[in-house]
Design a protein around this ligand. Structure first.
Ligand SMILES: [Zn+2]
Length: 259
């Protein structure tokens, strides 16, 4: 499988942190990379901000997949978190990209996976950049302290947004930041999600089978934004003639007990 994470996730705007160590020969010196604007400047800047992929890039991605005989699972965060904490559903925030992805799903080249509703902690505006610190710990969603009712509401709302936007059943959950709780998995199963895919060992035991990151190539939309669609071309070329399947197809195989 190849899986691209963080499509539609506002963490690309709000998750800002800087380099806090700088290598000088064999020594790693402390560096105040999170102070004020320093964290926004390359090469100190580590993650965000970066922009969302646009419709023409999506059509180029779909074209690249078709030509390579490949397919890709796209982990989409269902709602964009605005600066004031309000949520805008992905298809309303990025209608062009949503249309292109829907065509890719229709052509059997894209699987849309659930990558949370917000990809960050809304409480106390924890997701917003800080003046003197990074904010990386707040860019996950299914924290142990997030009440199960909130987790359920987020999972359900995201499922509604994604299945309506892309005209397909959503069966794969990719937990934002590789974080989820046992109760999250129970809720996911209750709402029809069938497979998990994240940085965890591949297994068919457990409440839901896990198609781990080790089953393929995992990256972020950030890689394509920064490297261009050429970056994806290079990854596809490196895979050569290897068979590439959706996460959900690998999940089915796991359940069937195939090697
Ligand atoms: Zn993510």
């Amino acid at each position: 499988m190849i899986r691209m994470d963080d499509v539609g996730a506002a963490s690309k705007r709000h998750e800002v942190y800087g380099l806090t160590r700088i290598a000088l020969g064999p020594v790693r010196l402390p560096f105040p990379g999170n102070v004020l604007w320093l964290k926004y400047l390359p090469p100190i800047k580590r993650w965000g901000p970066y922009r969302e992929l646009e419709a023409p890039e999506w059509y180029a991605i779909i074209d690249a997949l078709a030509k390579a005989g490949a397919r890709m699972t796209v982990a989409i965060t269902a709602a964009w978190v605005e600066d004031d904490g309000t949520l805008t559903p992905f298809p309303r925030k990025f209608p062009g990209a949503a249309r292109a992805i829907r065509e890719g799903v229709g052509a059997g080249l894209l699987e849309v996976a659930h990558h949370g509703l917000t990809h960050c902690l809304l409480a106390g505006r924890a997701f917003r950049p800080r003046l003197f610190a990074g904010n990386r710990p707040y860019h996950r969603e299914f924290y142990e302290f997030l009440p199960p009712e909130t987790q359920e509401a987020n999972i359900r709302r995201a499922l509604t947004i994604l299945s309506e936007a892309f005209g397909a059943a959503i069966v794969t959950l990719v937990p934002p930041g590789n974080l989820l709780q046992p109760v999250t998995v129970e809720i996911a199963r209750r709402h029809g999600l069938r497979f998990l895919s994240y940085r965890a060992p591949t297994t068919r035991d457990g409440v839901l089978p896990v198609v781990g990151d080790d089953c393929g190539v995992v990256f972020h939309d950030r890689d394509v934004v920064l490297g261009g669609v050429a970056w994806l071309h290079a990854r596809l070329a490196a895979l050569g003639a290897r068979e590439i399947r959706f996460v959900r197809e690998l999940g089915e195989r796991l359940l069937e007990g195939a090697p």
